[in-house]
Design a protein around this ligand. Structure first.
Ligand code: TXA
Ligand code: MG
Length: 318
């Protein structure tokens, strides 16, 4: 059974021994190990049953430390870091030699972020080195936003879980590539999150030529079509009429259902998203219904629906 702990020092000691610990962040809980120790990094992949083609994010506690894991720190990255760090933004930049191919899945780039949770920052500072950490869930499953979710994911291990309470944001970080050439700046969005395209655009308004594009899975190997899956199937409908339409129901091989609760405020909906999906999974019902309302139109809702779309077994809105 994984073990809840409140001791940052015991986690530092475990990391120094090359061990893996679950850490709280403001987005989701992470499964962390020494980013400079391949044995620790290999353990992360093994515990998550994660394929080696899916790169890990490196977590830092300062901009200086971020600079140590990249070969070049472009000015726009500095502007973005000063605006959004600590916070839910991961920047993909050219990696330094200190970061092994295991962390980046052989890519020449590395994803870097400074998490906002004070216990995560304290842990990284005390450890003194960056931490490689994916979300602390089994591959393709729901991300954990509470320590008890991590216990559920790693029940048959002795993983220490640093208890930092519920995650504030509830969605994994926005992942972007920052590419500057000539006077042109291109931001590639690999994963939507709480730092939105509008936030990034406003922050980089001094750049006259700014292109922001959304990238598909080829550019960011972890962005799979099926991901974040709850334990029972999730089915997305346009509205209640469609969910009750006999022609639609004929296509669904399940009987009893539970409706996913989504707060009308997207900040609160994001915070509770994975918790509510887990609750639904434990309801004893056969499947989860979710409805996309036209009122859910801003960019944070897009990030929430990006996760729900990947988590769905059937999607009748397409
Ligand atoms: O909020 C978060 O980002 C959480 C917390 C723990 O920090 N971490 C997280 O990590 O969600 P993970 O491993 O579940 O997702 C990281 C994703 C990868 O699947 C991949 O798509 C992208 O980030 N990524 C990482 N490094 C990359 C790189 N060098 N190039 C392109 N995409 C990269
Ligand atoms: Mg993940």
């Amino acid at each position: 059974m994984a073990i809840i702990t409140h001791s940052i020092q015991s986690c530092v000691d475990a990391l120094k021994r090359g061990g893996v610990v679950a850490i709280p962040t403001e987005t989701v809980y992470g499964l962390a190990g020494d980013a400079f120790n391949d044995i620790a990094v290999e353990s992360i992949f093994a515990m998550k049953r994660r394929p080696f083609f899916d790169p890990l994010i490196v977590h830092v506690s300062s901009i200086e430390q971020a600079k140590s894991v990249v070969s070049h720190w472009p000015r726009p990255a500095d502007v973005l870091a000063r605006a959004f760090w600590p916070g839910p933004l991961t920047m993909v930049l050219a990696k330094s030699n200190q970061i092994s191919d295991l962390v980046t899945s052989g890519l020449p780039s590395v994803g870097v972020r400074m998490p906002k949770h004070p216990m995560a920052l304290d842990l990284i500072q005390k450890f003194g080195k960056p931490l490689a950490a994916p979300s602390a869930n089994q591959f393709k499953k729901n991300s954990p936003t509470r320590p008890e979710h991590v216990l559920e994911e790693f029940a048959d291990t002795d993983l220490p879980v640093l208890d930092g309470g519920p995650s504030d944001v509830g969605l994994e970080s926005t992942v972007i590539g920052v590419n500057e050439s000539g006077g042109n700046l291109e931001i590639e969005v690999y994963r939507l999150g709480a730092v939105t395209e509008n936030d990034i655009r406003n922050c980089l308004s001094e750049y006259p030529v700014l292109k922001i594009s959304q990238k598909t899975s080829a550019a960011s190997p972890g962005q799979l079509a099926h991901h974040y899956m709850p334990k029972i199937p999730l089915i997305i409908f346009k509205d209640l009429a469609q969910a009750e339409d006999p022609l639609v129901l004929k296509q669904i091989p399940f009987k009893s259902f539970v409706d996913l609760e989504l707060n009308a405020n997207p900040v609160l909906a994001a915070r509770e998203l994975y918790s509510n999906l887990r609750k639904c999974s434990h309801s004893g019902c056969d499947y989860i219904r979710a409805f996309r309302s036209s009122a859910q139109s801003d960019q944070l809702w897009d990030a929430i629906w990006d996760r729900l779309t990947r988590a769905a077994t059937f999607n009748f809105t397409k």
